[in-house]
Ligand binder design. Structure first.
Ligand SMILES: NC(=O)c1ccc[n+]([C@@H]2O[C@H](COP(=O)([O-])OP(=O)(O)OC[C@H]3O[C@@H](n4cnc5c(N)ncnc54)[C@H](O)[C@@H]3O)[C@@H](O)[C@H]2O)c1
Length: 258
């Protein structure tokens, strides 16, 4: 039996896909035949990501905008045209020069807002702009990348956890509204990953500290972007149609090790 997933004719927007997890998802969906729109807040990342995919013969275009800006999101998604697939991947856990993680009582509302804006409102903005086209086309796939911080909690990540937990609940609620149009909406909840967001930490971690972190995982390595792309590919496929309103832990077995 040969199994393959064909996304020919599908148009997919992957937010924050200029690097890391998003870039791997964009590459995998493009390889499966989808036309992909590489979004990023940093225009150079979006351009470079789309150019790299085009150089491999895939259909890809850059779509640089800030997911926290509803006006920009709506304008950009309207310009792109109806989408079949939306992967809400753009997020920030304290990278790109943001304040380091800290116990909640030492943080301020301006810091909370940063986490909520990108990790929750970013998802709501994109879903709001993308759903009408999916409903009209009577087919759609929404995948939201959350974090185990939002699913089970993590110290010094309370605002991030609140935003990711909110995004997961939001995605599941939307699934209830749109299932009748053959639109599914699911979350993928990531454990500790090795991506540009966390590269500095992994590059400088001592062997002893790495052992402590990885002890929480049955498979003793950090997650990699390709791990996420494999599950996302299934969820956005035709075959994923009867899977909706779920949150999938993708974390080397962290959940059962808790
Ligand atoms: N890295 C981890 O350990 C980890 C763990 C759990 C969950 N996650 C989640 O996985 C997702 C991807 O993380 P990553 O590790 O690949 O991160 P990353 O920082 O390597 O890449 C994220 C990309 O999103 C872009 N981005 C940030 N804010 C944006 C905005 N407002 N609008 C558009 N683009 C924006 C960034 O410019 C960056 O290119 C995020 O949602 C993150 O919260 C990551």
């Amino acid at each position: 039996m040969s199994v393959s997933i064909d996304l020919s004719g599908r148009r997919a927007l992957i937010t924050g896909s200029g690097q890391g997890v998003g870039a791997a998802i964009a590459a995998t969906l493009a390889e499966a035949g989808a036309e992909v729109f590489v979004n990023d807040l940093v225009p150079e990342r979006a351009e470079a990501g789309a150019a790299a995919l085009r150089s491999q013969g895939f259909a890809a275009q850059a779509a640089a905008f800030d997911v926290t800006n509803l006006e920009a999101v709506t304008e950009s998604i309207t310009a792109i045209g109806p989408l079949d697939i939306l992967v809400n991947n753009a997020g920030n856990a304290g990278g790109d020069g943001w304040t380091a993680m800290a116990p909640f009582h030492t943080t301020s509302p301006s810091e909370w807002n940063k986490f909520i804006n990108v990790n929750l409102y970013g998802v709501m903005n994109c879903v709001h702009a993308a759903l009408p086209g999916m409903i009209q086309g009577k087919w759609g796939r929404v995948v939201t990348i959350i974090s185990d911080a939002g699913r089970v909690g993590e110290p010094s990540m309370a605002s991030y956890a609140a935003a990711k937990g909110g995004a997961a609940a939001f995605t599941r609620a939307v699934a209830h509204e749109v299932g009748r149009y053959n639109i599914t909406a699911n979350n993928i909840s990531l454990g500790t990953m090795r991506t540009p967001l966390s590269e500095e930490r992994w590059a400088n971690i001592s062997e002893a500290d790495a052992k402590v972190v990885l002890q929480r995982y049955l498979v003793r390595r950090p997650g990699l972007p390709a791990d996420v792309a494999a599950l996302a590919l299934y969820l956005v496929s035709d075959g994923g149609e009867w899977v909706t309103a779920q949150t999938y832990p993708l974390n080397g077995g962290y959940s059962v090790a808790l």
